[in-house]
Write a protein that binds this ligand. Structure first.
Ligand code: NAD
Length: 360
């Protein structure tokens, strides 16, 4: 199979669909990998790194799209890329079609086989190609929160771990899934005093076992949220209700009663945010202050650490890319029901109910 890796063209996107190491794996399986020139330049992969593993460098995206049986990307294809897709060509990338009618219409028109990372499932009912980005965002949320607590950022001037003789920061994480667990791991590692709230008892039991007393786990109710948020120096919003906007668990009124100079990091901002005072910000201007509380609400946190994110994403996508390339898309989707769940558009038809309903 001929696999094409175009350079990402979305604003400030430095990730790349395949690392040289991933390309090497596909080439070892007998496939051809064509990479657009400078595709990995933003994170330090040169064209010669790809050539060294046997990939071919092509000068333009048009050449990559023209001869590829499968396109492997990171972000949803932009209009100019969608125009280059063709019938039966496989597109494997993040799509997020439900809120994006123009993209959905173009993919229908292309008659390509469009498989979205974000709807591929695993045996545990998880989303294995979303999880790596949640892990990145969870870990990053503590870095962002630690910075927000500094005086220069509007914070109260608190060091996360304290020092001997001085108490550490009080960190509260709401939502103990992939983001929350990774945030807790970093906060505990920095020496903060950490409390996790979740409304799933199995999640709480697992975290309790995993952290072995270094993390307080609390059942999430309005009462518990109020109590712990008022005691917090830093609150991480990490909830997800699948298929729904994030619940506004922390009201504007509660924010106004938080400690002056406290900070909130709303990782769930990509689903609307779980603090009533949240609005999406960018890496260029990530924070703002309401009622003396510093808010960090960047919707695409993994983009800031594009190198780590690219490796993390490739580790998760590689087995599926190999399967699609070795078996061909038809047999791969027949053999793997979880990969089949990734199929969003094929032969001019939407195959995911949420997407179809969103554009009805
Ligand atoms: P997840 O499904 O692994 O975990 C969500 C957790 O929230 C679950 O354990 C669930 O029980 C818990 N929860 C639901 N309602 C709750 C409530 N009322 N109180 C307490 N806990 C509650 O999801 P995840 O992968 O950890 O993602 C969390 C959020 O982070 C999602 O909105 C996701 O889209 C977002 N995210 C954002 C970025 C970013 O760059 N901003 C990056 C990755 C993920």
């Amino acid at each position: 199979m001929i696999i094409g890796v175009p350079k990402e063209i979305k604003n400030h996107e430095y990730r790349v669909g395949m690392t040289p190491a991933s390309a090497r794996e596909l080439i070892a399986h007998g496939h051809t990998v064509n990479v657009e020139t400078f595709a990995g330049a933003g994170i330090g992969f040169s064209d010669s790194d790809y050539e060294a593993v046997g990939a071919k460098i092509l000068a333009t995206a048009a050449e990559v799209f023209a001869i590829a049986d499968m396109i492997v990307k990171v972000k949803e294809p932009q209009a100019v890329e969608r125009a280059m897709l063709r019938e039966d060509q496989v597109l494997f990338t993040y799509l997020h079609l439900a809120p994006d009618l123009p993209q959905t219409e173009d993919l229908i028109k292309s008659k390509a086989v469009c498989i979205a990372y974000e709807t591929v499932t695993d045996v545990n009912g998880g989303l294995p190609l979303l999880a790596p980005m949640s892990a990145v965002a969870g870990r990053m949320s503590i870095q962002a929160g630690a910075q927000a607590l500094e005086k220069s950022q509007g914070g109260c001037g608190l060091l996360m771990g304290g020092v001997p003789g001085v108490a550490p920061a009080n960190v509260v994480v709401i939502g103990g899934g992939v983001v929350g667990m990774n945030a807790a791991k970093m906060a505990v590692g920095m020496g903060a005093s950490v409390t996790m709230l979740d409304r799933n008892l199995t999640v709480l039991a697992n975290l309790d076992n995993q952290f072995d007393g270094r993390l307080k786990v609390v059942y999430s109710t309005h009462d518990a949220i109020e109590k712990y948020v008022l005691e917090a120096d830093l609150v991480i919003g990490a909830v997800l209700v699948p298929g729904a906007a994030a619940p506004k668990l922390v009201t504007k009124e509660l924010i106004s009663r938080m400690k002056p100079g406290a900070a909130v990091v709303d990782v769930a901002i990509d689903q609307g945010g779980c603090f009533e005072t949240s609005h999406a910000t960018t890496h260029q201007d990530p924070t703002y202050i309401i009622d003396d509380v510093v808010h960090y609400c960047v919707a695409n946190m993994p983009g800031a650490v594009a190198k780590t994110s690219t490796f993390a994403l490739n580790n998760a996508t590689l087995p599926y890319i190999i399967k699609l390339a070795n078996l061909g898309w038809k047999e791969a989707l027949i053999q793997d029901e979880h990969l089949l769940n990734g199929l969003n558009v094929i032969a001019g038809h939407v195959t995911v109910q949420d997407v179809a309903e969103a554009h009805n």
